[in-house]
Design a protein around this ligand. Structure first.
Ligand SMILES: [Zn+2]
Ligand SMILES: [Zn+2]
Length: 222
């Protein structure tokens, strides 16, 4: 199942749920150039390739929000198939990318590989595809090397597993820390503005304002 979304007229995006974790692999493209990036190809690479073909776009980048298996399991395979570079996550998630095979084995995911990205990302970095530019925010807590991609003009962010519609990322995995996660959200995501819409790693997206006002982890109800 793929669902079509539109972040203003300048970009298009398709969400491709992948792996047994129903992770929101996101194909995002610049409408002017039809150049695209694949965010978090966690697995099911055939399904991702079919979505690329159907969208009639040219993929130039693979972007990773963090190092968990459901987000990176298909990255090395897709890089080989498309001959494009991998950008992200932050270097602090290197221990996860060094153990993709071990993590995958726990969930019966075969054919995955340990790998290094072509470029680690850090706070203040920028990535671009076509005419779209995204600012990188380093948001540790769910994993130490989680990054968020923010497009200022489109008022749009891809937040990975940092923030969800009505929830926040789990912090019981290696390197996770709840207080650090809440600090990342309050210091870096909430200031982006209530009007900023986002796609997250699992489930439906939301907006910063919606979460600021109703998310129990941010309102103090939890
Ligand atoms: Zn995760
Ligand atoms: Zn995830």
């Amino acid at each position: 199942m793929t669902q079509q979304t539109e972040a203003k007229a300048k970009a298009g995006a398709v969400i491709i749920p992948v792996t047994l974790f129903e992770q929101n692999c996101t194909l995002i493209w610049c409408e002017a150039t039809r150049k695209a990036a694949v965010i978090d190809p966690g697995g099911d690479v055939d399904k991702i390739q079919a979505a690329i073909k159907q969208s009639n776009v040219s993929v130039e980048k693979i972007w990773l929000t963090h190092g968990h298996i459901d987000h990176v399991g298909g990255a090395a395979e897709l890089r080989d198939a498309l001959k494009v570079g991998i950008e992200g996550p932050h270097l602090a998630d290197k221990f996860l990318l060094d153990n993709v095979v071990t993590s995958g084995a726990r969930f019966g995911m075969t054919g995955v590989r340990d790998f290094a990205p072509d470029r680690w990302l850090d706070e203040g970095d920028r990535v671009s595809v076509g005419e779209l530019t995204f600012d990188i925010l380093h948001c540790p807590g769910h994993s130490p090397g989680s990054v968020v991609f923010f497009n200022k003009q489109m008022r749009f962010a891809h937040v990975g597993d940092v923030l969800f519609n009505g929830s926040v990322g789990r912090t019981d995995l290696p390197g996770g820390d709840h207080a650090t996660l809440i600090k990342s959200i309050t210091d870096k995501l909430l200031p982006l503005g209530d009007d900023v819409g986002f796609i997250c790693g699992h489930g439906p997206g939301s907006s910063i304002g919606q979460e600021r006002m109703t998310n129990p982890f941010l309102t103090g109800a939890m």
